[in-house]
Design a binder for this molecule. Structure first.
Ligand code: B12
Length: 294
């Protein structure tokens, strides 16, 4: 929880202006036992993003978020350089800076993160250090995504659940983590099962979480039969409650999703966000309005 003075200094306005925004209901605050206003970091972040408020001192708002918070550009090329040079703190602060400047999580994933990782994925062919860089970069992106997720406003306990992961044999955990973060940004309670999920665990999780949406991300070259079987099991499990199954990832085969049918095969995090937002807008009446191809 932050004091009005801290939030005011982060934004670069006077404390009295900030207190007025609170009193006018623009910024939600709690009161301490002594009657002092306290603002949750997530609420301050929501306010800054929604109103596109330029930040004077983002580091006061989020530890580690530095000058990039003013909205400097971050393209795949710059992120690639920072990752190769293992400049972790700068990667994290640059990504958080873009997020605070109003970029959606989906834009960050499909943009700089995807393109920097694609270039890093080519290094091992030419350089001995390539694999080392790949492992380090994966961990750095993981740290940034984890921090970004903490900055999102937690969904209400009534929010629908989105559940997903990667199939057995697929050890890539970033794509599924990205999907989870993007869906949390849209307003779902995300239940990320992560990488390498056995099919029966996936099905059990559907029974347990009763999700409103299920995603499957396939990055490793998993056997088509494994993916087909898993998708069939997910479709079958979700059918009674008309739960949409959304598939994506570089190795998800269009022929397989077409064969299984009723799977929404999408190509990016932005498409996932768009689909999920439309689905959420129909919630809690989604059951009667979602049509599933058979
Ligand atoms: C990090 C990485 C690794 C890490 C994985 C760490 C981990 N546990 O996650 C390590 C070092 C272990 C690794 C190992 C290997 N890797 Co590797 N790896 C990568 C790398 C650099 C990034 C992968 C990643 O996380 N990308 C981030 C994701 C989010 O980006 P994306 O896949 O493009 O996903 C986008 C869309 O597909 C979509 N999307 C993804 N999921 C979903 C889900 C839904 C529902 C929706 C709607 C959309 C969606 O949105 C995303 C964002 O825009 C890629 C390069 C690349 N281009 O991605 C290579 C890459 C995947 N690896 C490759 C290879 C060859 C290997 C190795 C065999 C050899 C090697 N290079 O070391 C081993 C074997 C791994 C194995 N057992 O399968 C190849 C795959 C080639 C192929 N077609 O099979 C790639 C493409 C590199 C290359 N160009 O050669 N790798």
């Amino acid at each position: 929880m932050l004091s009005p003075r801290n939030v005011a200094a982060a934004i670069g306005v006077s404390e009295s202006s900030l207190k007025r925004w609170v009193d006018d209901g623009l910024l939600r605050a709690a009161r301490t036992a002594g009657g002092h206003r306290r603002i949750a970091v997530q609420e301050a972040v929501r306010f800054v993003r929604a109103r596109r408020v330029p930040l004077a001192r983002p580091d006061l708002l989020v530890r580690g978020a530095a000058s990039a918070g003013r909205g400097g550009v971050l393209d795949g090329e710059q992120l690639f350089t920072l990752l190769v040079q293992d400049r972790r703190a700068e990667v994290v602060s640059a990504l958080i800076g873009r997020f605070l400047a109003g970029d959606s999580l989906a834009d960050l994933c499909d943009g700089p993160m995807r393109s920097a990782l694609a270039r890093i994925g080519e290094l091992w062919r030419h350089e001995e250090r390539g694999l080392l860089v790949e492992h380090r970069a994966t961990d750095t992106i993981l740290q940034a995504l984890t921090l970004l997720r903490h900055l999102l406003q937690g969904p209400s306990s009534a929010a629908p659940v989105a559940l997903g992961g990667a199939p057995s044999g697929d050890r890539y955990f970033l794509p599924s983590l990205m999907a989870a973060a993007v869906l949390a940004d849209v307003g779902y309670r995300d239940a990320n099962l992560g990488a390498d999920v056995p099919a029966d665990t996936f099905v059990r999780a559907i029974d347990e979480y009763q999700p409103a949406l299920v995603w499957l991300s396939v990055t490793a070259a998993v056997e088509a039969g494994t993916v087909r079987q898993l998708l069939r099991a997910l479709v079958e499990r979700g059918r009674s409650r008309a739960v949409p199954i959304v598939g994506g990832g570089r190795s998800l085969d269009r022929a397989v999703t077409a064969e299984v049918g009723t799977v929404h095969h999408l190509g990016s995090m932005a498409e996932l966000a768009g689909f999920a937002r439309a689905h959420l807008s129909r919630w809690p009446h989604a059951e009667s309005t979602i049509t599933i191809r058979d």
